[in-house]
Design a protein around this ligand. Sequence first.
Ligand code: VG1
Ligand code: CO
Length: 546
Amino acid sequence: MQIQTIKTTAFNDQKPGTSGLRKKVKVFQQTGYLENFVQSIFDTLNVPNNATLALGGDGRYFNRQAIQIIVRMAAANGFARVLVGQAGILSTPACSHIIRKYKTFGGIVLSASHNQGGINGDFGIKYNISNGGPAPEKITDSIYDLSKKIIEYKIADLPEVDVDTLGQSIFNDGKFTVEVIDAVQDYADLMQELFDFSAIKKLLSSGFKMQFDAMHAVTGPYAQEIFANRLGASESSLMNCIPSEDFGGGHPDPNLTYAEDLVKIMFAGESSPDFGAASDGDGDRNMILGKNFFVTPSDSLAVLAANATLVPAYANGIAGVARSMPTSGAVDRVAAKLNIPCYETPTGWKFFGNLMDAGKVTLCGEESFGTSSSHVREKDGLWAVLFWLNVLAKKGMSVEQILMSHWAEFGRNVYSRHDYEAIPTDAANSVIAHVKSQFTSLPGQSFGGYKVKTCDDFSYHDSIDGSISNNQGIRILFEDGSRIVFRLSGTGTEGATIRIYLEAFDPDVKNHHLDAQVALAEMIQIALKISELKERTGRDTPTVIT
Ligand code: VG1
Ligand code: CO
């Protein structure tokens, strides 16, 4: 095996965002672009002898080419073995599990997650450390620094590796091995250990109807194995389960706007199934629906925490919970009642890893359709779906009844997020700057029934490793506990995306049936007034409302 050292020119835009480096496919196809970033990852790590790398992606366009390049670069950079998902595919949670189960040194996930795919869509790459979770900022900062000064990368001259056939390919007199694994079985086995499969099986054969939408993305084969083969769900209850390189031309983002097919089925009146769910491009997100009913991800996290002991894996209780800052405080109320700690972290799963490694939290979640537990170190879409099915099987109530009784007990944190996508960067920055410029004048001011208490730019102090992360989102906190948060997305690839997060607490059951947009109407107007968003961006309505 020859190792070649190739001269290259640095790019200045390889700064990882909320979850790895995401760019248009065309950007990744530039000569040296992927190679530079991968070499910067390897140069950041101190790869020990005999190290194994896990590797796989969500199957989007450019996945196969990238896998071949990374295998050859891993060989040249001292890895002894690469574990690749069959066909180069691994869902993000499955990759996290593979890293942990086979104790690999780390893993590379190729995904732009919920972003569109195909030749004109997005591609992405992310490094996960040996706990199975996304690399912390210390590592991603170093990768970025190295990527700005890189002058060469190393690559081995291996022949194309067959990633479709299970088993090993051995190179370099046995010093380098590529092993293609069936991650679907590994992942399904893990799920079967955590949940009460016999209770779920019974539920699914009792006339209870579910509908799962894989959105032409990575969870299709996992869903087939788990729901159809192991739990006996009917074939017709699974839709869009064959992964495609461009996600069937759709946007693999499980929300009320982009998961339109499923939403139609679930909001068709009395004939709708009892339970609906969808997952995103790389399988780490989940959307939960009941019959004509939407569960916000923030409420979902709270309900799962409150009912965790119904699941075998959490039967003895949970150590604590964590949520990202913009996620609603619904889970905080559950934690208070259970008398367990609740942590507030910045947006992005990488901030939960330390807390889980230290045994401080068991369940974590984000308002962006991400929920998971310490069984892996990523958010996990199918895990959340199975958790809900397990709870439904045990409680014998409908999704809506579960939410209504949860709100009656804890009160309702009415919540919504409004996204304004693909805004010119200057306009988006001016909106944020304008809100910040009012930090001293806003406190004490009243807007209708709401009075501003404080405003700040959220900073996080990691109690485990002592690191500090600044500028994590602007918060306007009102006297009555309501709040508005403004953030710029760190995963978009076109202009900027402004996210406005709105939350108000309502303990009164008489209002709990209200649509969130109605209940939050006044807050929405206040957010637009304070930010001058319409004036500064020319946008009248959000692109996506959840
Ligand atoms: C978004 C979400 C964030 C999530 C991230 C990655 O980030 O808001 O909660 O962790 O996507 O999810 P941002 O910076 O665009 O708001 V995934 O499923 O795209 O890996
Ligand atoms: Co994702």
